[in-house]
Design a protein around this ligand. Structure first.
Ligand code: SAM
Length: 383
């Protein structure tokens, strides 16, 4: 066998592992094992997770051979759980039937919901979910060049909220906002300003901001009706009178004079690369800002040029998510289909074309995978 065969075998194993990891994550098995905190046998795991023994046993086979979970023959030996302790010969048969499973804390640190913005576990659901949603539609797209409608992804908003929660909960208020303009933005937010979040989805980021800054007023816009209805309910349940949500196509803001020059700060988290008409959207955002207003566009950190992404630590994963969702969604309505890997160079060009006066591409504290494009509007832009 040559080296490439070895690589393909690894790919088959890792692809299968991704699927099983995604299943385990969504069923919260890792969280339960992390809470148990010591080796547990099948009975204990089935009881604690509320899941079927037989399914669980098969899944554990994948996790153990994939070295995610450790098989422990003797739980007394959990201090060295990576090693299967061979039982004494006379007890071998008896002990072989006993198997305990252990999730090492170092794995739980990046795999469970408690991991916050270090949580890579949440992403294991993405490829299985996108395959389930859009495999046939994307295959068809290869033949026709057509986009894939957002209706193909019924579970996508829920998943995005989970991602958003993992990403924003710990860093948005504590690290990200204070980093903008050396703390001046947070000062203004504390005093009370008008903020709009474009492509807000189910409102996770906006709700966090509205809760942290009760003197400011927040408007979330998204063209997905179901997402806006969930966002409205969440804000209501949390008693946030300063958070409003509206169903709105961001490409239409440009023609809505009521929106012009109304906002001090506009955000778009992971939302611009999905747009069919990104230039129109960015021009609309530019027009929404009061003179001196700021726009924070958070998007994937990559280059527009493939040759510069060769060392990207998540290249194949991100291009896959783009192929299965971002790019075909952005092709709808004769759209541009930028895709998630549209890259820094293209982002800067589009922001400059939309008329922003100053744009900085900034690193985000504790977030190696995204860039913060901070754009400033010095004057008003509309005619
Ligand atoms: C990848 S999701 C990001 C959601 C959210 N900002 C987050 O970080 O979780 C992109 C969002 O943009 C919204 N979107 C796409 N095209 C839009 C448009 N033309 N107008 C308004 N929202 C749009 C989608 O419905 C979706 O909620």
């Amino acid at each position: 066998m040559n080296d490439f065969s070895d690589k393909l075998i690894q790919i088959l194993n890792h692809g299968a592992l991704n699927l099983a990891l995604g299943l385990g994550y969504s069923l919260k098995i890792f969280d339960v094992m992390d809470e148990i905190g010591e080796p547990a046998d099948l009975e204990i795991l089935a009881k604690a997770t509320g899941l079927d023994n037989r399914y669980l046993k098969e899944w554990l086979g994948i996790m153990v051979t994939g070295e995610i979970i450790t098989l422990v023959a003797n739980p007394q030996n959990k201090k060295n759980p990576r090693q299967i302790i061979l039982a004494e010969k006379k007890d071998q048969e008896k002990d072989e039937e006993k198997e305990w499973y252990y999730l090492p804390p170092a794995h739980a640190d990046v795999l469970t919901r408690r991991a916050g913005n270090s949580n890579l576990g949440v992403y294991t659901q993405e490829t299985p979910l996108l395959t389930l949603s859009a495999m046939e539609a994307v295959q068809k797209g290869f033949l026709t060049g057509e986009g894939v409608s957002f209706d193909h992804y019924p579970q996508f908003q829920g998943f995005m909220s989970e991602l958003s929660n993992a990403k924003h909960k710990q860093v948005l208020i504590k690290d990200f906002l204070p980093s903008v303009e050396d703390g001046r933005l947070v000062k203004s937010l504390g005093q009370g300003i008008q903020v709009c979040d474009i492509g807000c989805g189910e409102g996770v980021a906006l709700i966090l901001m509205a809760k942290a800054f009760p003197n400011s007023r927040f408007l979330g816009l998204d063209n997905h009706e179901a997402a806006i209805s969930i966002a409205k309910k969440a804000a209501q349940n949390m008693g946030l009178p300063n958070a409003r949500f509206k169903i709105s196509d961001a490409a239409q803001i440009q023609g809505d004079r009521q929106m012009f020059q109304k906002f001090d700060y506009v955000t778009a988290f992971d939302a611009i690369h999905d747009q069919s008409h990104p230039t129109k959207v960015l021009e609309g955002i530019r027009a929404m800002l009061k003179p001196g207003g700021l726009f924070s566009m958070v998007d994937i950190k990559a280059s527009t040029r493939l040759a510069k992404n060769l060392d990207h630590p998540m290249g194949p994963f991100l291009y896959t998510v783009s192929l299965m969702h971002c790019m075909p969604v952005g092709l709808n309505d004769q759209g541009r289909g930028l895709g998630m890997m549209w890259g820094k160079e293209q982002a800067l060009t589009l922001l400059a074309r939309a008329g922003f006066d100053r744009v900085d591409a900034l690193k985000i504290p504790n977030d190696p995978f995204n860039l913060h494009f901070l754009a400033k509007a010095l004057t008003h832009s509309y005619k």
